[in-house]
Design a protein around this ligand. Structure first.
Ligand code: FES
Ligand code: FES
Length: 132
């Protein structure tokens, strides 16, 4: 069901944990399954210099968060905001269609962390699945 890359990131997730003095923290819940994701970022000169995540989520949520943190570390906030969940799924050599919603969790938590850094209020409930 899962690619080798998904299994690798699920079994050895990168950047797990929390950043104590994070510049931005984002949390999001997924109403479809009830899972929760928290993302911490450190920002210097508009660049994400460090990022960590914690989740009560399924294997696909863990794998997508892990690779998302790798993909955006060292990127500017603008570049990070442009990352789509299909690019994340592609980097993992694909996700089963019924697991695509799990990848939104990382993207949303990251967006919320960036918004938190920018001082923008936002919703902590993911609504992607309402649009499907
Ligand atoms: Fe909840 Fe995947 S089933 S995040
Ligand atoms: Fe499904 Fe957010 S509600 S991914």
């Amino acid at each position: 069901m899962y690619s080798d890359k998904v299994m690798d990131h699920f079994q050895n997730p990168r950047n797990v944990g929390e950043i104590e003095d994070a510049d931005g923290v984002g949390e999001v819940g997924n109403p479809t399954c009830g899972d929760i994701m928290k993302m911490y970022i450190t920002v210097e000169d508009d660049v994400i210099t460090d990022i960590k995540f914690k989740t009560f989520g399924c294997g696909a949520a863990i794998a997508t968060s892990s690779i998302t943190t790798e993909m955006v570390k060292g990127k500017t906030l603008d570049e990070a905001e442009e990352l789509t969940n299909s690019e994340v799924a592609e980097a993992l050599d694909g996700l089963p269609p019924e697991k695509m919603h799990c990848s939104n969790l990382a993207a949303d938590a990251l967006q919320n962390a960036i918004n938190n850094y920018k001082g923008i209020e936002d919703d902590d409930v993911c609504t992607h699945c309402e649009d499907i």
